[in-house]
Each structure stands twice: as structure tokens, then as C-alpha cells.
Design a protein around this ligand. Structure first.
Ligand code: GZL
Length: 330
């Protein structure tokens, strides 16, 4: 198991109880000058991306369960992967005067206006899962989620090892949602590693929008226009599972004729890995609920949190997937 213990420092940081940010005084900022609000009176608005993948479904379930366990009122919205719907939901939470807003930005850009409205209303914002690309980092308290560049590098490291004896490796890349932090960064990290050797060539790269149907459709087209594909690098399991369907429909054997590396490690992906149809998976944990609750209760108590909280993740080979599957939480 290749565990990167990054989040211990961050978890420790959650316990810093010094007077700090976001203990504002207006409506919608949890604790105030007179001290913390009772936790069971807190109201949090969460604007979720959508329900595009097994990862997202697991993320939603975990967040809703964590807030129910903490007895915190969670207002939840599903944006069907549309930025305008997330912005509408955030505006509605501001109108309702919630104490905190948390969301996973479907894409990196276009958030400053609505985040400035939340700031003006004194409502602290927590980013979960995905980051925003803004010059003003006062618009959010913290970004809690994975290091996607690192995930891309881990996928690249496996490819370099797996194809050590190959002279030429033709790669097709199934990209996540265009403009989304995980898509941008997973491509960047992967390219950095394989770019060191020109035997690796990305012969085609296109978005499948993180969905199984998208992965299948794009892979069908790539198979038609690229006769000699050695490897699929899919930015998530769902697109990798769609690619498997396309590869089998073309009469080829996924995991053998064409190797596949994906990111997430959700149950369906891990089953395909155990079955040898996927060859390696880089984990991206969707279980952010408890850490999000801890951030909010720390802020409510007048504490401060790290600006960046990186989630703990690992990688899986076929053997490790077979071993992990029986107890897999998602
Ligand atoms: C990553 C997350 C991505 C997953 C996909 O943290 O934003 O979105 O990798 C999901 O499965 O759709």
C-alpha cells in the first residue's frame, strides 16, 4: 500500500482553537462575538456538481450521512453538472442566510462574483473536492480535497513501469469535464511523468465528461481512428468502464490487448480491476463528509483551519483490489 500521509498535519490543524477567521458577526456565519452557535442550530448549504459518476454518488452519500450524524441541517442541491445551477443554488443559500456554504466547483473559473456576494453576506465558503481558479483566496476559507496533479503522476509512474520494455506506447486519454480541476490537473501530472520519454505518445485525447456513456462514445471513435492503441488513461473509473464496453464491442480484450489505468477506485472500477479488465487504479477518496463537518464545527468554535486540506489516498493493483473489495466502503 503506497499511503501518502499528507492529511495528518491538516487534521491536527483542525484542532487549532485560536480566535480566527469566519467567526463573523452577521447572520450566516455560525459562531459570533458571543461565542459558538449550538451545532444543532447550524444550517449549511451544499451545492453539489451532479450525479455523473459512482464517485459523485458516493461523495453525496457520505456528506449527507456526516451532516445527519452531526445533527447539522444540510440544504443540498444537485446542479446536473451545470455551473449556472450551482451559482443559483449558492445565491439561494445566501438569501436563506445559511451559516456556511460548501460546494464542489464543477469548473475552475467563473466564481468570483457569487463568492463575493457570499463574502458580503458574511457567509464563509468551504471548497470540497474541486478547486476554483481565483486570484482572491479570501473568497473561501479552505479547499478540502485531493491533489489531482499527484494522482496524474501516480498513473504516469505506473505506465512508465508497466511499459518499461516497450519501444513505443500509443496512449489515448479520456479527459474529465472540460475546465474542471481534476481534468486539468490529472492531465498535467500524467503528461509530466510520461513526457520524460518520447516513446510515450498521447495519440488522442478527448473529454468523456466523467460519465460511463461519455467514455464509451469517445472510445468507440478513438478505436476507429487509431488502429494501434496500447493504453487508455481515463480520468475516472466510469469513463474507463465505458471504454471497456467499447473495446469488447470491437472484439478486443480490455486489460490485455489494450491496458487501462483509471482514477477513483469506486466499487465498479475495483471489480473491473479485480477481473483484469482494468490494470491499475489511482484512488481519489469521495469520503469528505466527516472532514467537512470538522471544518465547519472548528470555524463555528472560532477556530482556524489550513487553507488547503489534502485527502489521504493510495493506489491499487489487481491483487490489492481483490483483497480490498470485500470491505470497500464505496
Ligand atoms: C474528483 C472528482 C471527480 C471524480 C469523478 O475529486 O471531482 O468527479 O474523479 C467525478 O468520478 O465525476
Amino acid at each position: 500500500m503506497n499511503k501518502k500521509l499528507i492529511s495528518i498535519a491538516a487534521a491536527g490543524a483542525l484542532l487549532i482553537g485560536l480566535a480566527g477567521c469566519a467567526s463573523g458577526t452577521d447572520a450566516g456565519s455560525g459562531g459570533d462575538a458571543s461565542g459558538p452557535k449550538p451545532v444543532d442550530e447550524l444550517v449549511v448549504g451544499f451545492a453539489q456538481v451532479g450525479a455523473e459518476s459512482g464517485w459523485r454518488t458516493a461523495n453525496t452519500k457520505d456528506i449527507q450521512a456526516a451532516f445527519a450524524d452531526a445533527d447539522i441541517d444540510l440544504k443540498f442541491s444537485d446542479a446536473q453538472q451545470k455551473q449556472e445551477n450551482q451559482i443559483k443554488a449558492i445565491r439561494s443559500y445566501i438569501q436563506q442566510g445559511v451559516d456556511y456554504i460548501a460546494f464542489s466547483p464543477v469548473v475552475e473559473t467563473g466564481w468570483d462574483a457569487v463568492l463575493n456576494e457570499a463574502k458580503a453576506a458574511g457567509i464563509p465558503v468551504v471548497l470540497t473536492d474541486r478547486a476554483v481558479d481565483s486570484k482572491d483566496d479570501s473568497l473561501y476559507v479552505t479547499f478540502l480535497g485531493s491533489d489531482f496533479i499527484e494522482e496524474g503522476k501516480k498513473a504516469g509512474d505506473w505506465v512508465v513501469e508497466e511499459f518499461a520494455d516497450a519501444d513505443k506506447v500509443n496512449i489515448v486519454q479520456l479527459e474529465g469535464t472540460t475546465g474542471a480541476a481534476p481534468a486539468i490537473d490529472r492531465a498535467e501530472g500524467f503528461a509530466e511523468v510520461i513526457g520524460a520519454d518520447d516513446k510515450f505518445e498521447i495519440v488522442a485525447s478527448q473529454t468523456g465528461d466523467f460519465t460511463r456513456a461519455g467514455g464509451k462514445q469517445v472510445m468507440e471513435a478513438m478505436l476507429k481512428s487509431n488502429p494501434d492503441i496500447d493504453l487508455v488513461y481515463a480520468h475516472n473509473d466510469d469513463m474507463g468502464l465505458g471504454a471497456i464496453e467499447a473495446i469488447e464491442a470491437a472484439g478486443l480484450v480490455p486489460g490485455e490487448d489494450i491496458k487501462i489505468v483509471t482514477v477513483d477506485a469506486v466499487k465498479d472500477g475495483m471489480q473491473a480491476l479485480a477481473d483484469g479488465k482494468i490494470n491499475f487504479i489511482v484512488e481519489c477518496s469521495p469520503l469528505l463528509g466527516k472532514q467537512l463537518v470538522d471544518v465547519i464545527t472548528t470555524l463555528n468554535d472560532g477556530g482556524t483551519v489550513e487553507k488547503r486540506i489534502v485527502t489521504e489516498e493510495t493506489t491499487f493493483t489487481q491483487e490489492q483490489a481483490i483483497e480490498a473489495l470485500p470491505t470497500r466502503q464505496y
